[in-house]
Design a protein around this ligand. Structure first.
Ligand SMILES: [Zn+2]
Ligand SMILES: [Zn+2]
Length: 64
């Protein structure tokens, strides 16, 4: 019984680690990074569209 519980816990931890790794992989596109470093938002239509969906623009090299 204990072993089963340990395995479940391990699987949960692994899933959590994967989720965290995914989140860390999200990357801003270079144009958006530059704009945000100047306190602006990127004015590319593709980037604005991606931002509306809460994503980074993949067209410009961003990662989600
Ligand atoms: Zn951009
Ligand atoms: Zn873009």
């Amino acid at each position: 019984m204990k072993l089963v519980r340990l395995c479940a816990l391990l699987a949960l931890g692994l899933a959590f680690a994967f989720a965290m790794a995914d989140a860390a992989e999200s990357k801003k596109a270079r144009c958006c990074e530059k704009a945000s470093s100047q306190g602006k938002t990127c004015d590319h239509v593709c980037c604005i569209d991606a931002a509306k969906q809460g994503k980074q623009c993949e067209k410009c090299g961003g990662k989600n």
